[in-house]
Design a protein around this ligand. Structure first.
Ligand SMILES: [Zn+2]
Ligand SMILES: [Zn+2]
Length: 609
């Protein structure tokens, strides 16, 4: 009922503030598109699914119907490959032998590998490594004096003193060290060949010995080390046979923060296998071009993928298996690009063209936009600005966050000029303007000025409850009219905005990755912007800031970091972890691959400003 009222109002609204004589942003057709994209039939549009391809075909059909052409005149699709979310293979087993007897644990009752686990054998002798934490800042190291090279480590979940308000480990809040991925990287850096994690039941009296569901844990695609969670009760005998008492160990560590690691007798051997399948699939960015009188153009983009049935980026992990429709994230922006395409297809030719980009793979880490930025169909130096819309369907109190305003010389003045004509409050300073990093980040790294429109986070974000009926299509249409107006000015102005280097948005807010990328206020300053594309072992730099520690050391965009301070770096999590362990003033040896050739330099880390 509420919705009917809205739709009715929209019709009145649309007819009264039409910008041109021939076309208006149509809030009703906008809502139809959101509804289709967020329908149960599209099952949350996860990258790699047939439903994402359905969404791609839908967008292409719209571009075609509006008379917009592909860049090359032939194909609206830009294919690229992605590794899909991990699936459990058939060959998962966990056996151990101890003093002549062998036990086989049952899946999934007794053990479950993490989705970021390396796939392969988990076999060898075992060392108990406490919480698996090395925290020089708290003078705590479970690995101190411990030899785990070539061994499997058994670690506890969480961290010491977690119930203690006065804990050096950030009181009752968990620090980064409690994260599974931190434990994986730390074990790997100490030379371990596998990680077994058990619940720290002694710190959680009365809690059941529950395992995390497969596929719900945030982490890299492949942490580079087998990592399995096992029921603590099933391994309790390991401790008693070794003459140890796990409860005493835990309370002891809590008391004096002295680690109590030890090697189990060699008679204890694990013989297991973690089988995780990562399929490589071809997915598509959908692209249409409306040429202008010159070869310059404005980019209007949005990602059209979402989370499917949940998975590691879901904020409702208990509802894994339920469709996450992603109406606001980002059917709202996708339908926005479609409406703008409809609108522009009917406008007279202007000085500059418009490139419409619909990205796949955003939720997995900006994969589609990163791919496009590396393989642009039109020269990126002819792009005068990139306008990104990610979650524009839940405008409250007429407030819209705008990110990137400082990235182009004339953008602020342009917004100040245009926005009074629309009853929307643009906020380019608030937290919301910088929080939600999204596909525009890939263009910032290529020195294209960006504007990022965003109606703010809400409690349905990344949950099955992000449904179409909560979309405010009237306000969204109002915003689209404003965006069309902004883009018009960018198309016709005599001068284009000059790119201005700004502090890049940190990590990826939309990704729930936490402080990833060494750019986010944890640890010292390094100065690289990570490339969120995939397919490389190491961390590829999309950009290196001038005058930053990495820049001064001579590192460049395109370099792939493979070693930091003598430690192998296989992914962004490894790098973030390694960087966090350093202090401003430290000098570290960093090795990169440049065009396949190793290049090494010392980097003097500094403080962030
Ligand atoms: Zn999004
Ligand atoms: Zn998202």
């Amino acid at each position: 009922m509420k919705h009917f009222t809205r739709g009715f109002a929209a019709v009145l609204f649309a007819t009264t503030i039409a910008l041109g004589a021939t076309a208006t942003i149509d809030s009703a057709s906008y809502l139809d598109d959101v509804k289709f994209l967020a329908s149960p039939e599209l099952r949350g549009r996860i990258t790699g699914s047939p439903e994402l391809e359905k969404a791609a075909a839908f967008i292409m059909g719209k571009y075609r119907a509006f008379g917009l052409k592909p860049v090359d005149g032939k194909n609206y699709y830009q294919p690229f490959s992605v590794t899909t979310d991990a699936q459990l293979g058939k060959n998962n087993r966990f056996r151990f032998s101890e003093n002549g007897h062998t036990a086989t644990l049952r899946y999934p009752e007794d053990f479950i590998p993490f989705n970021f686990s390396h796939s392969g054998a988990l076999a060898g002798t075992v060392v108990f490594a406490g919480y698996g934490i090395t925290a020089p800042e708290y003078h705590y190291d479970d690995y101190a004096g411990l030899d785990v090279k070539g061994k499997i480590v058994l670690v506890l979940r969480h961290e010491p003193q977690e119930a203690d308000e006065k804990s050096v480990f950030n009181g009752k809040d968990y620090t980064q060290h409690a994260q599974f991925t931190s434990k994986a990287t730390n074990a790997k850096m100490h030379g371990a060949i596998g990680v077994i994690l058990i619940n720290d039941l002694a710190s959680h009296h009365g809690d059941a010995d529950k395992l995390e569901k497969f596929g719900t844990t945030a982490g890299p695609a492949d942490a580079g080390i087998p990592f399995v969670q096992v029921k603590a009760e099933r391994l309790a005998a390991w401790f008693t046979e070794a003459g140890k008492n796990l409860n005493e160990i835990v309370t002891g560590i809590d008391k004096d923060l002295q680690p109590r690691s030890f090697a189990f007798p060699d008679a204890l051997r694990v013989d297991g296998n973690m089988d995780i399948e990562r399929a490589v699939k071809t997915v598509h960015n959908v692209i249409a071009y409306l040429p202008g009188e010159t070869d310059e153009y404005v980019i209007v983009g949005a990602h059209y993928d979402h989370l499917g049935l949940g998975g590691q980026y879901s904020l409702a992990p208990s509802q894994t298996g339920t469709v996450h429709p992603g109406a606001d994230d980002n059917a709202s922006g996708t339908a926005g690009v479609i409406e703008l395409a409809r609108w522009y297809a009917k406008q007279p030719k202007q000085k500059r063209g418009v490139l419409f980009l619909s990205f796949a793979g955003e939720e997995q880490g900006l994969l589609g936009s990163a791919y496009y930025a590396e393989h642009p169909l039109l020269p990126l130096d002819k792009a005068v600005a990139m306008i990104n819309m990610d979650m524009i369907g839940r405008i409250r109190d007429s407030k819209v966050y705008v990110g990137g305003v400082a990235s182009g010389s004339s953008l602020r003045a342009l917004l100040d000029q245009v926005s009074p004509n629309y009853s929307l409050k643009l906020d380019s300073a608030g937290a919301g303007a910088s929080d939600g990093s999204s596909d525009h980040t890939s263009f910032l790294a290529k020195q294209v000025p960006v504007l990022f429109f965003f109606s703010g986070l809400h409690s349905d974000y990344h949950k099955p409850s992000d449904t179409w009926d909560k979309i405010d299509n009237v306000d969204a249409a109002r915003l689209l009219q404003l965006v069309a107006d902004v883009a018009d000015h960018l198309r016709d102005a005599p001068d284009r905005p000059t790119f201005v280097r700004v502090a890049a948005p940190s990590g990826h807010g939309d990704k729930n990755l936490g402080p990833v990328g060494g750019n986010s206020g944890y640890g010292p300053y390094f100065g690289s912007v990570p490339d969120f594309g995939e397919g490389v072992k190491g961390v590829k730099f999309a950009d290196v800031r001038e005058g930053s520690p990495a820049g001064k050391a001579g590192f460049k965009a395109g370099d792939i970091m493979v070693e930091f301070d003598g430690k192998p770096i296989e992914n962004l999590y490894d790098f973030t972890y390694a960087l966090r362990g350093k202090k401003p003033g430290d000098t570290v040896k960093v090795k990169v691959l440049r065009g396949g050739t190793p290049v090494e330099a010392d980097v003097l880390l500094t403080k962030r400003d």
